[in-house]
Write a protein that binds this ligand. Sequence first.
Ligand SMILES: [Zn+2]
Length: 254
Amino acid sequence: MNLFIDQNSQYTSRSQIARVMTEGWAATNLYCPNCGHHALTQYEANRPVADFFCSICRDDFELKSSSRAFGRKMANGAYAAKMQKLVSDTTPNLVLLRYDLSRRQVRDLTCVPRRFFVHSIIEARKPLAETARRRGWVGSNILLHLVPKVGRIDLVRNGEVMDRRAVLERWRKTAFLERNTGTARGWLVDVMICIENLEKETFSLNDIYECEDRLEQLYPGNQHVRAKIRQQLQVLRDNGYLVFLGNGEYRRNT
Ligand SMILES: [Zn+2]
């Protein structure tokens, strides 16, 4: 992976130049973090599906580029379309690219596997005002700060390329989430978010029960939130995300 952005562009606006150059960089340098294939293929322009796909494993990737660090929220297209993709399980993986145009270099590159995009991570924005051209249109935000750390996989960090095998291993570590869809996957990721928010290496069942209110709000129809939490902990244990230490104590294995 060569971090130098050497694409030229005939555009004059800075944002268009940046988009064309970073897309060009990705088409040449990005590998598939899912299966390890050496390159991704660019979709034709203006395909609503995604920006790139892997010709081997067929995973889709959406590229977002910025010269600034990505904040807590990222605007991400129409809310209804986003929700539809969750239902049909066709959300693409997300690639966040931070560049430095003066150095023409990629500084940070982080992938978020699609398995982490559950309902609670997508937020509806306020409908556009009556005066807007697309009045009433509802966009979405991705709540990046909620994505568990295991779901933020750095391929480049501060101008340094990460080891590819380590990237693939990190990617595989949470692949079990894709064996579940819809609400089942939502529960697993939401309990992971609760665990990460504790910011503790080891924690007790009572610690995690403190998330009960949040989970009740997210799943208003569920009358057995504590039982659901315990069920998720078992699945997370069985898949290596947690270790049970006994006496209601747990340790994160990440
Ligand atoms: Zn692949």
